[in-house]
Structures are given as C-alpha cells and as structure tokens.
Design a protein around this ligand. Structure first.
Ligand code: PLP
Length: 405
C-alpha cells in the first residue's frame, strides 16, 4: 500500500493554509497538483538547457531536443503505443480532439455520414464534432446514459449504420465518474467498421491504460490532469490511420521542404506538431509519468478504490445530500447537491473552510440537463488525498447545511 504521508510531502502545494485552515484539495478532476520532481525538472530546463527543439545546432538545442524525444518515448511506454510515430504532442485533450475533428473529418467524413458521441461527454468531445458535422453536413448522433450514469450500450446496435464513421467516448466520465466499458464497446464498433476515439482526460491518471490492448483507434489526454504541467497533451493514433490523415495546422517543424510549388510534410508524428512545441510541458509530462512509475499505478489504483468506496459511503450517509452518478465502477468523483441549496453557495462555503471543490455544469451541459438541474458540486480525489480529508469534507457539508437551510 501507499505511504500517503510521504506522497503528500512530494506535493509542496498541499502543505498550506487557506483562510487559516489546512488546504483540502478535492478538485483533482479539474486539475491535479504537481510533485516536486516535476517542478524541479521545469526549473532544470530553464536553468540549464532551454533552447528551441529540432532547430538549434547548439549543444543546448541538442540536449533539449533529446529530452523532448525521450519524453515522447516515455509517454509511448506509459500507454503502450507500438511506436513513437503514434504519439503526437498537443496542448491538451481539447486541442487533440479538435485536431482529429479537422483531420479525420477531412479524410473520412462526407455529407450524410454519421458520428456518435455519448450524452455524458465533456463539451470538448461534443462541440468539435458538432462543428465538423456542420462543416461537412454530416449527422451527429448521441448514445444516452441511464440515471446511474451507465451508457445504454444496448442502443448501439440501433445507432450504428453503414454511414457511421466514428464513435467518441470517454474512458471515465468527468461529472458522474462512471468508467465506461471500453472493451465491449470498442469491439462492437469495430465489428461495424466504426473507428473509436477514447477521451482519456479522466482515465489516464486513475486506470491502467494500454492503447494497444484496448485497440482504440485514437486516444487523447491532458498532462495537467496527470500531475504534469498545463498546456501539454497527447494524441495517440494507430499509425496506419495517422498516416492517412492530413495535417491540421501548417508551420515550422511539420514540413520537410517548402517551396511555392510544393510543400512536403514531415513524417509522423511531426506532421501534426506545427510551430515550436511545448517542449517544457512535454519533458514535465515525462517526469510526472516517471514519478507515477515509481509509485506504481497498481498501488495507486488499489488505494483510490478504497478511498472512493469510503468517500461515496460517507457522503451518501449525509441526510439531504444526493450523489449523482451511482455507477458500480467509478473513479474518485462525487458530484452532489444538498437538497434545496444552490451548488455555488455550497462551493463558496466549503472554500471558506479551505476545501477546494468544483461547482457548476463542469463543461458537460447535456449531463447536467439529463437530470433537469442547473449544476452540481463535485469533489474529486486522488492518491494524495486521505480519509481524514473526506471526513473534513463531510463536516463542511454539514456546516453548509446549517448555514444555508
Ligand atoms: N474531456 C474530459 C472528460 C475532461 O474532464 C476534460 C477536462 O476537464 C476535457 C476533456 C478537456 O480537457 P482540457 O481542458 O485539458 O483540454
């Protein structure tokens, strides 16, 4: 099991007071905190070898480029991609999905074709596909979820037609916390020759992720949700597919030669990395993954499962509190409401007690609308959180009830 006190000391931000109270950081689904190893790696880059990558002939440029490409290899190993050609650095999940919506759309989507997204997706995995469908006069279809938060996967048989090109699905949901049954769904999609994009923004930090075994066609995630800096993310794609897609953005680094007659694009993955990449973020991401490799995801997973069971039990026992999303297989998320209390009032009171949570629609309007409500309070935890912090949250909810009701 984990030595959580030791782990907490690896995250300097956790050791501080907010409004005179110990910080209880329970907003990890929005972004995670960074271990000292990542923070000091960023310092090392700027202190020792900062230089533009793939361009500078200097020694510094060579070191920085090597660190950047080594970071790509670290990511590849972490998600078990077959080759570094399958792993593109982007600025995050949103950028990766927009890249795909353009490039996949250009290659594979024509008028009358269909894209399926799940009702429970984050806006990032809905809006780019709506924009594509508008552009191409294609049809956006929706796979609904039931009140527990589980996808109604039995409806897929009706939804798939011979015009369906792509299914877009989260590995785990950012409001309800449900872990989607990807194995079954990807198999079903492939039987109908439908490609699958998995949004791993809420999965990669909690679940063992092997893109080759999962057999998804595309997988995306954001570094900042897995203890790495903001502004870096990953688009994984099967090499045979990425090869067929046109580039999204043009510029430096994504070309072999440029003339006014003809431009020859770079090979994968640089074809999709126009402009100076966020090499500091990429190197920081690799450092975060190395940190996790030392702690071991299996240990993290076991600890988080226990903490999740504890938290869901404790919160659901509070009278007048309803948790939304009761799927059996959940990541560390509890989205809830105190009966007759506005979500943002609860969030503000918890904040004054040093407890950081998220409130509102959480970039998932269709999920919130499903329940006919205007927003939720979301507490989300990870392997540096403790049962004691969950107890403090529960005391905070009780206090909020007293103040607001
Ligand atoms: N997809 C899911 C499931 C998310 O939870 C998020 C962020 O909360 C995103 C996509 C967007 O991630 P980013 O804002 O890092 O691009």
């Amino acid at each position: 099991m984990l030595d959580v006190e030791k782990i907490r000391s690896d995250f300097p931000i956790l050791n501080q007071k907010i409004y005179g109270q110990n910080l209880v950081y329970l907003d990890n689904a929005a972004t995670t905190q960074k271990p000292a190893a990542v923070i000091s790696k960023i310092g090392e880059i700027y202190n020792k070898y900062n230089s533009n990558i793939h361009r500078s002939v200097s020694k510094l440029g060579a070191i920085c480029t090597e660190e950047y490409e080594n970071a790509r290899n670290t990511v590849c190993e972490y998600i078990n991609a077959k080759s570094s050609r399958e792993t593109v650095f982007t600025s995050g999940t949103t950028a990766a999905i927009n890249l795909l919506a353009f490039s996949f759309g250009e290659k594979f989507v024509n008028q009358g074709d269909e894209i399926i997204v799940c009702e429970s997706e984050h806006h990032s995995n809905i809006v780019p596909w709506q924009m594509l469908c508008e552009r191409k006069k294609a049809v956006l279809k929706m796979l609904p979820f039931n009140d527990r938060g589980d996808l109604q996967e039995e409806l897929l048989d009706e939804l798939f037609t011979d015009r369906t090109r792509l299914l877009c699905i989260a590995q785990a949901n950012n409001v309800l916390g449900a872990v989607n049954p990807l194995d079954r769904i990807i198999k079903k999609a492939h039987e109908k020759s439908v490609y699958v994009l998995v949004d791993g923004a809420q999965g990669i930090q909690h679940l063992k992720t092997d893109v080759t075994a999962m057999d998804c066609d595309f997988y995306v995630f954001s570094g900042h949700k897995i203890y790495a800096p903001a502004g870096i993310g990953i688009l994984y794609g099967k090499e045979s597919l990425l090869e067929q897609l046109p580039p999204w953005q043009g510029g430096g680094d994504m070309v072999k030669t440029v003339s006014f007659d003809k431009t020859v694009y770079a090979d994968l993955p640089l074809k999709f990395e126009a402009g100076t990449a966020n090499y500091v973020g990429a190197i920081g991401l690799a450092e975060a993954l190395k940190y996790l490799n030392v702690i071991k995801l299996d240990n993290i997973h076991a600890y988080e499962r226990k903490l999740t069971a504890y938290a869901l039990k404790r919160i659901s026992e509070i009278q007048g509190v309803k948790i939304y999303g009761t799927s059996e297989n959940k990541i560390g998320i509890a989205s809830f409401l105190i009966e007759n209390v506005h979500h943002s009032d609860t969030g503000e009171i918890l904040d004054k007690m040093g407890i950081a949570v998220r409130t509102g629609h959480m970039c998932a309007n269709p999920t919130i609308n499903h329940y006919g409500i205007t927003g939720l309070v979301r507490a989300s935890w990870t392997f540096y959180n403790t049962e004691n912090e969950i107890d403090i949250l529960c005391e905070g909810i009780e206090k909020a009830k007293k103040i607001l009701l």
